[in-house]
Design a binder for this molecule. Structure first.
Ligand code: GLU
Length: 387
């Protein structure tokens, strides 16, 4: 599909703006905020629904406390985020009011999105705001996020929201032109990649060596986010948000930045949540004989194929499925608790009742609750799971 057609067809757009676009050493760049607000207002006028994911709380909070201050410890960064988040929202309130757009602040942590119920609550809230014609402005709730519940970076948050909202386009604004084919410091001839049909191991390698921006996510996290969005059926454009009018240009179909195309056969939203956002609590290692039926024939996982159970989890928990070589080959929701699985692993389904005294399910993971990855795709899958 041509870029202009893809953009023209997009109806729901997640715009993510990085700290490097919004802040300088002097703090929040209110001229940039106003400029972006004008462009987002035009996207809305054009009939699109927009959700804005904005970084910049830590950087603007640090400058608000004391010009030139760099928070070092985690509590300092979290405290800076608290100072900066209100500053950021104040700037957005003012900038969008000039265009008659009402804004709402939504702060999320990983724990909110890893639990299915909270995830669905967040979705209901966001859809209600969109129905009211309000622009949700989302950031990670940095002041409470500790390592275990961290989303990691706003690139990942934006990709999760793209799936949650079934958005068709993610525009990731950063302070570089897009994704280059090599590290420009080592290769002065490095060139912008205009279009990515598939994230390859070579692209991941090129991205991981490129210098990061001011925020938490570097170039690699932008590629990972784009791959996640692509697997959920959305296109992504990574472009330079410090260029005036960039969103207007992109909306007009101009060739700027790097466009990542959506996968042809995307996961359903629920399966994408299971695969990328469910936070597995354990691992099930399967034997060689189980791999093909699971990966190629779309079968459910049965107790007979399980050789090792790791972790302590209740029925309903998300678990990773590992092949005999210990690579992750899938993620699914287990019908049985780890303790039960320890007793029934290796058994045929008609032997489960004899061992447990009951049998609630024939399958350990039903195919509807199971996402198997393409084995050819090992590296891009591994990179998504480690984010
Ligand atoms: N949540 C952080 C902030 O608002 C930014 C995280 C990121 O840049 O990815 O400062």
């Amino acid at each position: 599909m041509k870029r202009a057609e893809l953009i023209a067809a997009s109806r729901r757009v997640v715009v993510k703006v990085g700290s490097g676009v919004l802040t300088s050493a002097q703090g929040l760049d209110t001229r940039r905020v106003a400029e972006l607000a004008g462009q987002i207002a035009r996207l809305l006028e054009g009939g699109r629904q927009v959700v804005l994911v904005s970084s910049g709380a830590v950087a603007s909070g640090a400058a608000k406390l004391r010009p030139g201050f760099t928070p070092a410890s985690i509590p300092e960064k979290q405290a800076a985020a608290a100072l900066g988040q209100s500053r950021l929202m104040q700037a957005y309130e003012d900038a969008f009011a000039a265009h008659g757009v009402k804004v709402a602040q939504v702060l999320l942590t990983g724990a909110d999105l890893h639990r299915r119920k909270r995830y669905l609550n967040a979705r209901n809230t966001l859809f209600t705001l969109l129905d009211w014609g309000v622009l949700p402005i989302i950031n990670e709730n940095d002041t409470v996020a500790v390592a275990e519940i961290k989303l990691g970076d706003n690139d990942n948050l934006a990709a999760t929201l793209t799936n949650l909202l079934a958005a068709d386009l993610l525009i990731n604004l950063t302070n570089v032109e897009g994704i280059l084919d090599a590290d420009p410091r080592a290769n002065p001839g490095a060139e912008l990649i205009p279009r990515v049909e598939k994230v390859t191991p070579e692209l991941l390698k090129a991205a991981s060596s490129q210098p990061g921006a001011v925020g938490r996510g570097g170039v690699l996290s932008k590629v990972k986010a784009a791959e996640k969005a692509a697997r959920c059926g959305a296109a992504t454009i990574v472009a330079n948000g410090t260029v005036d009018g960039i969103l207007d240009q992109l909306a007009a179909g101009d060739d700027r930045g790097t466009l990542f195309l959506p996968h042809d056969d995307p996961l359903t939203r629920r399966k994408a949540w299971i695969a990328f956002d469910s936070e597995p609590a354990g691992e099930l290692v399967v034997d060689e004989g189980a791999v093909r039926p699971l990966c190629e024939k779309g079968k459910s996982l049965l107790a007979a194929g399980i050789v090792t159970v790791r972790g302590s989890f209740l029925a309903g928990a998300a678990v990773r499925v590992l092949g005999p070589g210990e690579t992750v080959i899938g993620v699914g929701l287990s019908n049985y608790a780890s303790e039960e699985l320890g007793k029934i692993q290796g058994l045929r389904s008609d032997e489960i009742e004899g061992r447990l005294g009951y049998k609630d399910y024939d399958e350990v993971i039903h195919r509807d609750n199971l996402v198997m990855f393409d084995l050819e795709d090992e590296e891009s899958v591994a990179c998504l799971l480690s984010s």
